[in-house]
Design a protein around this ligand. Structure first.
Ligand code: NAP
Length: 458
């Protein structure tokens, strides 16, 4: 039976890896989810066959409750609330890994060697930090709590250093002395608190990066606990999640031109990070839908830049309809996607794919930026920070250094937004005041419909 179990865990791990591979392209991403889900189903079913397994009722109840909660919340969640949803699920993974660590450490003396105990403690610590850290990230994105350190900055550092020393001492006790459950309990209470202290001071705009980091940590914790339980599926799945999460964290930080340390210990999206509106020259000039439609219909080249507001307005279908109309008139239309547009990695790609936009019309920042100077109209729908030229020039701007889409270099910019709202980083956008920019005020979907009517009426 043991061989069958190990083969099944190996098969599950292979399915996880193949699933992840397929997730790397929007064309195969849906399949990838199914493959990885299949791997998880195999791992769950085979776990029932472990020798000496008991508590079948509890296991089934937990799986049923978790499954129903995930199914219902997954069906209901709005696309714009996806990051906090991911934070929540990710936190659950960390919590589960921490729980395994706690159980294994409390029955320490009888079962495990020093190395396994050390891994259980390390995995437990990382999992617990990831659990509460992810919950704080969820609360912040859901606007349930504001940014704010629990302690002054200097004290925060000291507390974190002292915390690490305490963890080390408690871990040594747990690994070598096999103490009573109270030490294990204290270790985990402190680890849970540590996650809260670490995450509270980080600004809301940085939460997606933080969530990705905790995702990587959760993977690491699961992998470590996999060693403790001698479970191949957990080791491989944890390692895959850990490395994918680390790469994603790096990519996101790079796309914002910031180091991970800067994300964790500095603040973007905070009230003190706004620039002085008075210092911006020019004024915001409005345009009517019909005039904007004429500009686009008689253009040779148009680049559409979607951002978070397109997701809020769910305007992707209308935008694709508009694109098709323009193309019928001979206009060349391309889509430009900034790596951190929206509120999660790949946010815009998912929406455009949902609307049926072919992948060969969608361009990454580095592939399209050179084309803006020869573009007649850049249509910006619900994007703000990712086209803010301040990121290039204004050293005092909190988004200084972030690579942006060079929409301001197009001959004309039409910006669809509802009013004078700022982007996620909370800073004003100098592009909106530029001579070549016109503001088409209104909800993204409504304005896209106006453009469609305008083009049809020509
Ligand atoms: P953004 O800077 O957040 O701007 C969104 C704009 O959409 C706002 O100016 C808002 O203006 C407008 N808007 C909102 N609802 C709208 C609606 N219904 N119709 C039309 N317009 C609407 O968005 P972004 O340019 O996509 O930038 C993303 C931001 O998130 C960046 O700062 C990025 O660093 C941050 N972030 C993203 C990720 C990620 O993974 N994608 C990760 C970390 C951080 P009005 O209120 O005036 O309408």
């Amino acid at each position: 039976m043991n061989t069958i179990i190990q083969i099944a865990y190996f098969a599950a791990a292979v399915l996880f890896i193949l699933g992840l591979k397929r997730m790397s392209s929007p064309v195969t991403a849906r399949d990838g989810i199914v493959w990885a889900g299949g791997g998880m189903a195999v791992a769950i079913v085979i776990t029932y066959l472990w020798p000496n397994m008991h508590n079948y009722l509890l296991m089934t109840l937990a799986i049923a409750l978790g499954g129903i909660a995930a199914w219902v919340s997954g069906k209901r969640v709005a696309m714009t609330a996806m990051p906090q949803m991911i934070a929540l699920y990710n936190g659950m993974g960390g919590g589960a890994a921490a729980a395994i660590g706690a159980v294994e450490l409390s029955k320490a003396s009888t079962k495990h060697g020093v190395v396994a105990l050390f891994l259980a403690a390390l995995g437990g610590l990382i999992g617990a930090v990831s659990f509460t850290g992810s919950l704080v990230a969820f609360a912040k994105l859901q606007d349930l709590t504001k940014r704010g350190a629990l302690f002054p900055k200097a004290m925060q550092k000291q507390i974190m250093t002292a915390g690490l020393v305490v963890f080390a001492v408690l871990a040594l006790l747990m690994v070598f002395v096999h103490p009573y459950g109270s030490v294990v309990f204290l270790f985990f209470v402190l680890a849970l608190g540590f996650g809260v202290i670490m995450t509270m001071p980080i600004g809301g705009a940085d939460m997606p990066v933080v969530i990705s980091l905790y995702n990587a940590l959760t993977g690491l914790a699961v992998g470590l606990e996999g060693f403790v339980l001698d479970n191949a599926a957990m080791i491989i799945a944890g390692t895959v999640v850990g490395s994918a999460g680390t790469l994603l964290t790096q990519l996101m930080a790079k796309a914002m031109n910031r180091s991970l340390a800067n994300v964790l210990f500095a603040g973007v999206g905070t009230s003190d990070a706004r620039i002085d509106q008075q210092s911006i020259e020019g004024s915001m000039k409005a345009i009517e839908g019909s005039d904007a439609a004429i500009m686009m219909a008689f253009a040779e080249r148009v680049i559409i830049i979607p951002g978070y507001g397109m997701a809020v307005a769910q305007a992707q279908h209308k935008i694709w309809e508009l694109t098709e109309l323009l193309e019928e008139r001979g206009v060349m239309v391309k889509f430009a996607i900034h790596p951190v547009a929206g509120r999660m990695p790949g946010h815009m790609n998912v929406l455009l794919a949902e609307a049926g936009v072919p992948y060969d019309k969608i361009y990454d920042l580095e592939d399209i930026n050179a084309e803006f100077p020869k573009t007649d109209v850049a249509l910006i729908i619900g994007a703000n920070d990712v086209v803010n030229p301040d990121a290039r020039t204004n050293k005092s701007s909190p988004i200084y250094g972030m690579p942006i889409l060079d929409a301001d270099k197009a001959k004309n910019c039409i910006v669809i937004k509802r009013g004078k709202g700022t982007g996620f980083s909370g800073v004003e956008n100098t592009l909106f005041y530029a001579d070549n920019a016109r503001l088409l005020y209104g909800d993204g979907q409504k304005m896209a419909s106006e453009l469609i009517q305008g083009v049809k009426g020509l």
